[in-house]
Design a protein around this ligand. Structure first.
Ligand code: GCB
Length: 601
């Protein structure tokens, strides 16, 4: 899962650009589009979701497979190397073909995978690379969905999450090489004792030959070596270490090398590491032993035309906006984000709650909001979220931790958003997943994000987790517009969670849809004025509950949703910024509040 890197022993070739593109209208196997140059004249940008790039409703609403294709040349100098195509994301399922040969399939739309090319194409050779991508969601995928086949034979996708089901190759694609003997994985855990930073590392390599060894060095930001060790696992102590702090990032570089018996360099790979600790104690969330208060956002990867396509300009601008407003954190709601985003957060000291794509495991939300599907069914049942779904969910946790474990910015894993944790079956479903997450990463706390139906009286799983993360919409979905009732009930609930569980509470969502430019003397819902009053009400409550250690508003920016609902007009409008990142009136209010919070911390 190591991200491809250009180093003295590894090469990296970008395959981003404009690829040939086609919908697969029949079955993928029957059409076998990988066996020839794609017909038709469509071309699609990579990285980008394909849905909003074209004007055709057939493409926008397509359910099933699409194909991306381009020609690729293997560099001549790679005769001693192994080489792979890395797909950073194929949403939600990808198949890779090198010329006529099927190489690999990957399920899960937001984590990377590789297709090995070495045996199939010689160095200097050219090949036809076809990536088939499928966007279908069923009851055994994460996230889940239901596919209806209409009388016309057309498929219609329903899903239980409130963001558009963007699909395609939304992140970069690479061709990269590694030497035959190479570093396969690096795992780093850090600790702090007094002023000494402790770096525990574990380097996995391919099988090494006689006399071949692993060496590790740690360099500081001035490129000065501050620690060295030999062997595939061990501990490096850094006296007077500079800690990675929220708002004050400091990154060391851990470089893992494989050397031959005569000392020649066989492979070298490095990761950025931040030395810091994370701990939950009582109702406090501690980073480096100091109480931390989360300010910031639930976000989305979402922008016009690109959909979920990673765009470095949007990324940098979003972090600028977060800095401007005093946000020290965000949650990767509701799926792992591009690795560039995690790297950026590492470098800039932004704290991240990292989430799996397990969103929409809840038929009650569905029956309320999404056309009533599943009204009388129960979520945790053989017909809906079953053992196969749980196996897919476990895979999504494994892949998330494998990809992101070394990021200092990540302080909490969120393994699901708003599952039906008030329904029988929830505990049996979640117990093994929590145990799995802890076994994969014993160093970070684990959370799930709680939905309003599962309150402190009837939730069945909250004690399994370290932190209480709540999504609440008092004053919006509940007691719409009545902020007096909302305030009382919101406070009662927060105090109930505190009394019952004695854990830190983070508000991971609260918000109100707001149409930019709509003003009201009467605080009418949907107006910018109401959004301000709504947040002021919530913040009065937050300030009265000491166990509350974080407020991440919903959402950073307006974002696209499925169009098939009467309560969404061109998307979800709960953004603090519009979809093109212009501030609503609330932005100045949050800036004042959070800037003060950061000063007080
Ligand atoms: C939620 C969901 C989020 C929705 C939000 C809303 O609870 O977690 O995905 O977008 O509510 O605005 O309804």
């Amino acid at each position: 899962m190591l991200r491809p890197q250009s180093t003295p022993t590894r090469d990296l070739v970008s395959l981003d650009g404009v690829w040939k593109f086609a919908l697969v209208k029949d079955s993928l196997e029957k059409e076998a589009p990988w066996t020839r140059p794609l017909s038709g004249c469509l071309e699609a940008p990579v990285p980008a979701s394909y849905n909003d790039v074209f004007l055709s409703p057939d493409i926008h609403n397509h359910v099933g497979w699409v194909c991306y294709q381009r020609r690729v040349v293997v560099p001549r100098g790679w005769s001693q190397e192994r080489y792979f195509v890395r797909i950073e994301a194929a949403t939600h399922k990808g198949r890779v073909y090198i010329n006529d040969t099927f190489v690999t399939e990957h399920v899960g739309g937001y984590t990377p995978f590789d297709a090995e090319v070495t045996e199939l194409v010689q160095p200097g050779g050219e090949f036809r690379l076809t990536i088939a991508v499928n966007n279908e969601l069923t009851n055994t995928t994460i996230p889940p969905g239901i596919i209806e086949v209409l009388a016309s034979g057309q498929k219609k996708q329903q899903y239980f999450h409130d963001f558009y089901n963007y699909a395609g190759l939304a992140r970069s694609v690479w061709l990269y090489s590694v030497p035959a003997r190479h570093v396969e994985d690096v795992t780093v855990l850090t600790d702090v004792q007094a002023t000494t930073g402790i770096v525990r590392y574990d380097i996995k390599t391919t099988e090494l030959g006689a006399g071949e060894t692993v060496h590790v060095t740690v360099q500081d930001e001035a490129d000065v070596a501050v620690g060295k060790a030999a062997g595939s696992h061990g501990e490096i102590h850094i006296d007077g270490a500079t800690l990675w702090q929220p708002g004050a990032a400091y990154l060391y570089r851990l470089c893992a090398q494989v050397r031959g018996a005569d000392g020649t360099l066989l492979d070298t790979y490095s990761v950025a590491i931040g030395i810091r600790t994370v701990q939950v104690r009582g109702t406090q969330f501690l980073i480096n032993g100091k109480p931390f208060f989360f300010t910031g956002f639930g976000k989305h990867e979402d922008s016009a035309i690109r959909g979920k396509g990673h765009d470095p300009a949007y990324m940098v601008h979003d972090f600028q906006l977060m800095d401007w407003i005093g946000a020290n954190s965000f949650r990767t709601s509701h799926y792992p984000y591009a690795e560039e985003v995690m790297d950026f957060a590492d470098r800039h000291g932004i704290v991240v709650i990292d989430e799996t794509p397990a969103v929409g495991l809840n038929l009650a939300v569905n029956s309320g909001f999404f056309e009533g599907v599943g009204k009388d069914a129960s979520t945790w049942s053989p017909e809906f979220i079953n053992d196969d779904t749980r196996a897919a969910h476990a895979d999504s946790i494994r892949e998330l931790v494998a990809r992101d474990k070394n990021h200092a910015c990540i302080v909490l894993w969120s393994i699901a958003n708003e599952p039906a944790t008030d329904e029988p079956g929830a505990r049996a479903y979640f117990e093994p997943l929590v145990a799995l997450t802890r076994s994969l990463d014993p160093s970070r706390p684990v959370a799930y994000i709680n939905v309003m139906f599962a309150n402190y009286k009837n939730d069945l799983v909250a004690d399994l987790f370290d932190v209480v993360c709540l999504n609440r919409y008092y004053g919006w979905y509940v007691h719409t517009g009545d902020l007096v009732k909302a305030e009382a009930q919101f406070e009662e609930e927060l105090r109930g969670w505190d009394r019952t569980y004695g854990k830190p509470i983070i508000m991971t969502e609260y918000g109100a849809d707001t149409l930019a430019g709509l003003r009201s003397f009467y605080d009418a819902p949907w107006s910018e004025d109401f959004q301000v009053s709504y947040y002021n009400m919530c913040h009065r409550v937050h300030d009265r509950v000491p166990a509350l250690v974080g407020e991440q508003v919903w959402n950073f920016a307006d974002f696209q949703t499925s169009a098939a609902h009467v309560f969404r007009v061109d998307g979800n409008k709960k953004g603090i910024f519009t979809r093109d990142r212009k501030p609503k009136a609330i932005a100045a209010v949050l800036k004042a509040r959070w800037s003060q919070k950061l000063q007080d911390m």
